[in-house]
Design a protein around this ligand. Structure first.
Ligand code: NDP
Length: 484
């Protein structure tokens, strides 16, 4: 196993940097409750160093060709893949997620983003617009300095989903991980520089929300990309608006997964498991409101209970384990509060609902049946392994109920009726949707939400729009005609 202790708290201007003047942040391994590392929150001097170096480095980076920038990103992707095991172990230490999962979903996804945007970098161009004798052209320009602020569930992936398009477009980035998971982004910075990224272009500063707020409020910052909860999103969006900064907001969800009678039972159960229990339920796009049509309900619940109870909880570093702990005890307690509410408000606890093991923050995967729309567990984002199963009869009715939320990150439909699948998914208010599968998010596909779940999209070609801006130039080719 790797040693999870980082060389220092921050990564600034191409090197690790320490400043013990900032408040200590303990890194606790969720599987055992043990302290495995410590970093310090960024002091104002660290924030200043990060922003100064980013600002200084960005123009020369933007002046390189896209192909040159892309080559560095693709080299970083190769290094990440070569070190996938080490990075996956670190991700497991940072988050508690089982290695079985981190080996295939974290550094690999981060590497995909670096490779994809590295590949696109050389083709970022403007257009030529003929105007009779005159013409115009557009130039795609970087925004400048981008700030990335991450949630704790995917620390490696989030740092690259933001960093890769930002760098491909010629920006510099200052990234603040969640204080809960400060380790992985430092490794990403180290690898980017090993791949040849010039100093100052990808800085990592640790800290709580106040450090994020200091970055967002700084006039030298041109763009803010946040992955976090909807309430934090509103605060950060407002602070960014005060400086007229560009934003990408990847926020929470309370997404519907609609299972029709004609779906294959086992396939639908697999979808519901993927939609609720991956990363111990700590996934923004989870389909936590599982609407099941009455004809399939009995078979669905029986198979779901059986398969959920077969989850293998235990040491996350053991590759046979497929269900890990919650990220922190505080998060576990929040989720336990929701479970108590579910019971109190009359939902049927089908399975789970209790802690497991004597060490760490393990909560058994939990399923509630007979959930109704007004219950707290059907309305609020829980961010833990709690699935709510709701009944329905009629298609139009389920669509209206599924859309009755302020959030709109994701949605899923399981049915073997081709036209119904597209009709229903078309009617659901969500940005990232699946038909007959759930929670797959390859870099080629845009990812993000509508309504209260966010603004902008990550991944795919569309992300370029969110990390660059267009300058248009009109060129006059004949004498100017003035009115006087
Ligand atoms: P939070 O909203 O609590 O925090 C997100 C980040 O914002 C953290 O780094 C946090 O720092 C920072 N922050 C908090 N306050 C401010 C502020 N005023 N200004 C600037 N930065 C601030 O989210 P969690 O970390 O608890 O993550 C869980 C949430 O993230 C869930 O709601 C989930 O749905 C969402 N999420 C969304 C995803 C998406 O792509 N749509 C993907 C993954 C998660 P600190 O933690 O140090 O306080």
């Amino acid at each position: 196993m790797i040693d999870p202790k980082p060389s220092a708290s921050h990564f600034i201007n191409g090197a690790y940097m320490e400043d013990t003047g900032g408040a200590p942040i303990e890194v606790i391994y969720a599987a055992t409750g043990e302290k495995i590392a410590q970093v310090h929150s960024a002091t104002p001097a660290v924030v200043e160093a990060a922003l100064t170096s980013a600002r200084a480095a960005q123009p020369a980076w933007a002046a390189m060709t896209g192909t040159e920038r892309g080559r560095i990103l693709r080299r970083a992707a190769d290094i990440m893949r070569d070190r996938n095991r080490e990075l996956s172990e670190l991700e497991t230490y940072d988050t508690g997620k089982p290695l079985q999962e981190t080996l295939v979903a974290d550094a690999t996804s981060a590497a995909d983003a670096l490779e994809y945007f590295g590949g696109l970098a050389g083709s970022l161009t403007g257009e030529h617009i003929p105007l009779g004798g005159d013409f115009a052209y557009t130039v795609r320009q970087p925004l400048g300095v981008c700030v990335g602020i991450g949630a704790w569930n995917y620390p490696t992936q989030i740092s690259c989903w933001k960093g890769a398009p930002a760098l491909a477009c010629g920006n510099a980035m200052v990234f603040k991980p969640s204080e809960t998971t400060p380790l992985c982004a430092l490794k990403v910075a180290e690898i980017l520089h090993e791949a040849g990224l010039p100093a100052g272009l990808y800085n990592v500063v640790q800290g709580y929300g106040d450090v994020g707020a200091a970055l967002v409020g700084d006039p030298r910052v041109d763009k803010v990309s946040l992955t976090g909860s909807a309430p934090t999103g509103k605060k950060v969006y407002a602070a960014a608006a005060a400086g007229m900064k560009h934003v990408t907001m990847e926020l929470g969800g309370k997404s519907p997964l609609v299972i029709f009678d004609d779906a294959d039972v086992d396939n639908a159960v697999s979808g519901a498991i993927l939609a609720n229990f991956y990363s111990s339920g700590q996934v923004c796009s989870n389909g936590t409101r599982v609407f099941v049509q009455s004809g399939i309900k009995g078979a669905f619940l029986a198979r779901l209970k059986e398969r959920t109870e077969a989850a293998v909880l235990g040491d996350p570093m053991n590759e046979a384990t497929n269900f890990g702990p919650m990220v922190t005890e505080a998060q576990l307690q929040i989720v336990e509060g929701f479970i108590a509410k579910g019971i109190e408000e009359g939902a049927t606890l089908l399975t789970g609902g209790t802690r497991a093991g004597s060490l760490g923050w393990f909560l058994r995967p939990t399923v509630f049946a007979d959930v109704t729309d007004g219950m707290t567990i059907a309305r609020e984002e829980i961010f833990g392994p709690v699935m709510s199963v709701l009944d329905f009869e009629d298609e139009a009715d389920v669509v209206a109920r599924a859309n009755d939320t302020e959030l709109g990150l994701s949605a899923g439909v399981f049915t073997n009726d081709l036209t119904r699948a597209h009709r229903v998914i078309g009617a659901l208010d969500a940005g990232s949707c699946w038909i007959n599968t759930y929670n797959l998010a390859p870099v080629e596909v845009p990812f993000g939400g509508v309504k209260g779940s966010g603004v902008g999209r990550e991944n795919a070609k569309v992300a370029i729009e969110h990390y660059s801006q267009v300058k248009s130039v009109y060129v006059g080719m004949s004498a100017v005609e003035a009115p006087f």
